[in-house]
Structures are given as C-alpha cells and as structure tokens.
Design a protein around this ligand. Structure first.
Ligand code: SF4
Length: 233
C-alpha cells in the first residue's frame, strides 16, 4: 500500500457526511462500487450475527474478499457454519487466514498462551495475521454494533483505523433488526446460537452471555472486552 492510498480522518469524516442519510444497503453499495472498488474487504468471524452483513454484501458483489481469521482456537461448529454460509450466500472469495507458524512455535508452543497472557495470544493469533491480510486494501467492513456495548457503544459508521478506513454499516442496528433480518431472509444461524451464545469467538475465551451486554460472554471474569483487532488495527 503506497501513500496514494493512505486514508485519513478527513476522508472518513467526508464519507460519513456524504452517506449520513443512506440506508445500509445504499451505504454498502457506495463503498463497494464507488468509493473503494477492488480495495475493500469484509472481515467476518462467521459468528452469531455475521450472516446479516454477509448477506447484504453477497447481494451487491459476491466476489468481494471476505477475510476469516482461523485462530486455531475456534469452535468446530464455526468452520462448519462458515462453509454452510459461504455456500448458502454464494460467496466467491472467502479467505481463511491463520497465525504465523513460526510465531506459534516460538511464543505459544503448548497452545496455552491464552491462559497466561490473552493480549499476547490475541496479538499473534488475531492482530498480526489480520494486519497482514489487510495489507493490500484501503477499507474494511465490520459487523460491529453499538448495542454490543463497552468500547462499541459510540461506534461511528465510518472511522479511520491506522492507514485504513473502517466501515461499520450495522452500528445503529438494534438487536431486533438483526433478528428480523435473519427471519426475513431465512438465514441459517450459527449452531451455538441456540445454546445462548450471542458473541462467538475462540473456545477458551467464550461462554454463553447473560442478559444485557451481548459480549459479556467474551473473556468472562476479566477486564478484557476487545481482542485487539479493533484497538490495534
Ligand atoms: Fe487467544 Fe482467547 Fe484471543 Fe483467541 S480470544 S486469540 S484464544 S486470547
């Protein structure tokens, strides 16, 4: 990525202003076809609510790159669901990204770094591989929502993230819209959803959420609420 493609807060603010009154599909179409054609990727966990953004994207341009981070610590059900949803939606370019083998051998040879230092574990299993995967893009789309609470409560639709633009088209969607969208389009749910998992990540760091903050089941019992993807990229 050269300096030509360096995205700035001013660009984010201009985009935010231009598309403030757009519907979610209009915004996505504009970002994918007008503002960042060929320069934009979707990052998806294929988790509890991921089908909404993936469905919207698949309707506009199913060949859009979708980056999926396989940390090596995911639930088996997530891989099955990824395949199911990929086929269901006709996604043409799902890219499975894995941690660097050398980093794992050196820093987490026993696979228990998550227990000792979850930030370090996320750094090698999530942040570094995602950074590498995004290197050729100018913008990425996330499925984050304000109702997820914590650091996400005031999430803008468009923001800068390092040298990139990060687009959060669902930020203002209430949880009811998500549920309604799944029903309206008969989208398959993640297999763990019916067991009370509202935010699904790595198995050592995810338990079913209680009432309220839908991400309360992530790193339960610790102060940690973000994996570093959204604070370091
Ligand atoms: Fe490691 Fe847990 Fe982070 Fe997954 S969520 S990368 S297991 S610390």
């Amino acid at each position: 990525m050269g300096h030509d493609h360096h995205q700035t807060p001013a660009r984010a603010a201009a985009l935010q202003a231009s598309y403030a009154s757009s519907t979610t599909p209009e915004l996505l179409r504009a970002m994918m076809t007008r503002e960042f054609p060929g320069r934009l990727a979707v990052v998806s966990s294929f988790g509890a609510e991921s089908a909404v953004i993936l469905h919207l994207v698949s309707r506009i341009a199913p060949a859009t790159p979708v980056i999926f981070l396989d940390t090596g610590k995911l639930f088996g059900q997530t891989a099955a669901y990824r395949q199911q949803l990929t086929d269901w939606l006709g996604l043409k370019d799902v890219r499975v990204i894995v941690p660097n083998a050398g980093d794992l051998a050196k820093r987490d040879p026993a696979g228990d770094l998550w227990r000792r230092d979850p930030d370090a574990c996320c750094a090698i299993r999530k942040v570094a591989p995602l950074r590498a995967a995004l290197a050729g893009f100018d913008a990425w789309i996330t499925g984050r929502k304000s109702f997820q609470g914590g650091a996400r409560a005031k999430l803008p639709v468009i923001e800068t993230a390092g040298k990139m633009i990060k687009i959060n088209p669902l930020t203002h969607w209430p949880v009811q819209w998500i549920d309604d969208y799944y029903a309206a389009h008969a989208l398959p749910r993640h297999p763990l959803h019916e067991f009370g998992f509202t935010s699904i990540g790595c198995h050592p760091c995810t338990v079913p959420a209680g009432q309220g903050d839908t991400r309360s089941g992530r790193w339960a019992g610790t102060d940690k609420t973000e994996c570093g993807i959204h604070t370091h990229l």
